[in-house]
Design a protein around this ligand. Structure first.
Ligand SMILES: Cc1cc2nc3c(=O)[nH]c(=O)nc-3n(C[C@H](O)[C@H](O)[C@H](O)COP(=O)(O)O)c2cc1C
Ligand code: SF4
Length: 466
């Protein structure tokens, strides 16, 4: 069925929503009223039936997540909208917030009602000025309209660090600290928790989730796009949601397509659309060029130009060693060197690693050093062996998933482009004049033009800028 007949786009449909009145005029608020009337069991049941999965990168089933927070035992509850959008190649959360922040806040208000939460937070970057302005107004309007009852909604403006978007780092920032991921996930050790984390604290040991002097305060963290889907699932029903997409990956996805394409864009498509069709929506590669590699953020294995018929779904992308992630696809054509792509992205992860886990910081640093040497034509067989060892151990005792991202992404580039790495060992490159690759961190994306973050290249591993 044609996309328009299915009513796609859904989340990005129509003109941007200017105010709460316009959101209500489009049927907004209906899902919140239903949620309040029918209760938490119904809300969580509908989300579970819909098979909605998180759009923040991990793809965790949303109904299961909400149920686990509700059932997690004593302690206060909090709900957090993750609007940090730090994944390279991604601009979709900002596009959604510009289009309709009210839908995201309605999803958050439904979470507050379903979990009987004591507080709600929207965490975004201070540097996202247009989105901050939209959110500020929308929070005022929806709070005044009683969407959150007497519960305060706090807008938290965080730093540009990649780890701010990681949910355990996000909670640290909300509590006023640096985005250094805490030990346990938010459903076990939530906001303002007073239970012990590691067993090393000099406080009385109170197991997570139990009553007593320590409280775990299970906290829901959901991505902007996940929350925006919630009112639609409730208002239109899980069957409607499952009529879109594939059986195991229902719904739509808001994808970002940038890099070596003719018309970079944010576009909402049905899940099941192929990667090639998505690239076509962005005008395809430049004339005379072919797609060599497609990087989906920095958390997934790379795709090659021969894999463009893979459908965008959790299961199909996982089957080819990649993942849906946050659907930020950066296309590299045959003028990009795979070793240079690996160097740039590995350096990003090395720089952004917080260093709490030695194997992550040290290992990603070593891997980056070897990739730099290979790029310069000075890498040796021994260097490559060292890189292999570090790729295996980089995840040792890792607190968060960033270390796995380094392992998965760099290993996939080595596996998919072995000839290029072999050539570099001989001091050669398949491309006559390889261009430097920037980390694809998007500052702005409008009318087919991307503005990349030019500061990232100067960022140092201690988070200062050279
Ligand atoms: C290093 C790192 C960075 C992340 N950055 C973001 C981010 O910017 N935005 C986001 O929504 N999720 C991000 N995530 C995923 C979150 O930790 C979390 O899984 C997500 O917000 C949960 O929401 P969902 O269930 O709705 O997907 C990141 C994860 C990692 C490991
Ligand atoms: S795995 Fe890396 S980024 Fe994550 S907490 Fe440990 S050192 Fe920091």
């Amino acid at each position: 069925m044609a996309a328009e007949e299915q009513g796609i786009p859904v989340l990005l449909a129509g003109e941007p929503v200017p105010d709460l009145a316009a959101h209500l005029a489009r049927g907004g608020g209906e899902a919140l009223a239903l949620a309040r009337g029918r209760g938490p069991g119904w809300v969580i049941g509908e989300l579970t039936l819909s098979r909605l999965r998180g759009r923040g990168g991990g793809g965790f089933p949303t109904g299961t997540k909400w149920a686990s927070i509700r059932d997690a035992g004593p302690g206060r509850r909090f709900a957090v909208a993750n609007a940090a959008e730090g994944e390279p190649g991604t601009f979709k959360d900002r596009a959604l917030l510009r289009h309709d922040p009210y839908r995201v806040l309605e999803g958050l208000a439904i979470a507050v009602a379903a979990l009987d939460a004591d507080g709600a937070y929207v965490a975004t970057k201070a540097s996202f000025e247009p989105e901050v302005a939209r959110l500020r107004t929308a929070i005022e309007e929806t709070s005044a309209a009683g969407w959150f009852g007497s519960i305060p909604v706090t807008l938290v403006l965080g730093p540009d660090e990649y780890l701010f978007g990681e949910e355990k780092g996000l909670l640290e920032v909300i509590e006023g600290r640096e985005p250094l991921p805490r030990l346990f996930p938010p459903f076990q050790h939530g906001l303002f928790a007073t239970d012990i984390q590691s067993g090393w604290e000099a406080t009385e040991a109170v197991p997570s989730g139990t009553a007593g002097p320590g409280q775990a305060n299970p906290t829901l963290v959901n991505n902007v796009e996940t929350l925006a889907n919630v009112p639609l699932v409730l208002a239109r029903g899980p069957e409607w949601f499952r009529s879109l997409g594939t059986d195991r990956s229902p719904g739509t996805v808001v994808a970002t397509v940038t890099g070596d394409v003719q018309h970079p864009l944010v576009v909402e498509v049905e899940l099941g659309t192929t990667v090639g069709e998505l690239i076509d929506r962005a005008g395809g590669p430049r004339p005379g060029r072919r797609v060599q590699a497609v990087v989906n953020g920095v958390a997934n294995g790379v795709l090659t130009g021969s894999m463009l018929d893979v459908p965008l779904s959790y299961e199909d992308l996982a089957a080819v060693g990649s993942g849906l992630g946050s659907a930020g696809f950066v296309v590299y054509d045959d003028t990009a060197c795979a070793v240079e792509v690996a160097r740039a992205l590995s350096r990003f992860l090395y720089v952004e690693s917080c260093g709490q886990c030695r194997a992550c910081k040290f290992g990603s640093g070593e891997i980056t050093r070897v990739l730099e040497a290979l790029g310069a034509g000075t890498g040796t067989e021994h260097d490559v062996e060292v890189m292999g060892v570090r790729l295996r151990s980089v995840t040792d005792q890792a607190r968060c998933y960033l270390a796995t991202e380094e392992q998965v992404l760099v290993s996939s580039l080595l596996q998919r482009f072995p000839e290029e790495f072999a050539l570099h060992l001989e001091g050669r490159c398949s491309i006559d004049e390889p261009r430097p690759i920037l980390v694809p961190k998007i500052v702005a994306l409008a009318d087919g033009t991307v503005t990349w973050d030019q500061h990232q290249a100067a960022k140092q591993p201690d988070w200062t800028y050279a």
